[in-house]
Design a protein around this ligand. Sequence first.
Ligand SMILES: [Zn+2]
Length: 101
Amino acid sequence: MKLKKGDEVIITSGKDKGKKGKIEKVFRKSNTVLLPGLNVFKRHMKKRDENNPGGIIDFPRPVKVANVALICPKCGKPTRIGYKVQGDTKSRICRKCDSIL
Ligand SMILES: [Zn+2]
């Protein structure tokens, strides 16, 4: 998993292809990330009580990491992440402009 919370990404496949969002949560086990407001599906809920009136609710589903690309904050382009090791520290770098992410 190269992505982390707070990264800005663009969706590269699926119904929200081309849309951008900021990672809210990373699910390492399933290799997915949650992007608020993106990959939203409608879910029909039954009325339970006065506090849960039911109806159609928006339900964001996590997006597979393979279907997103990181947007480099420096060059503003979708990019692949590379790594640079200097001594004991490993930094993520943008493969396009080589800046540390
Ligand atoms: Zn860059």
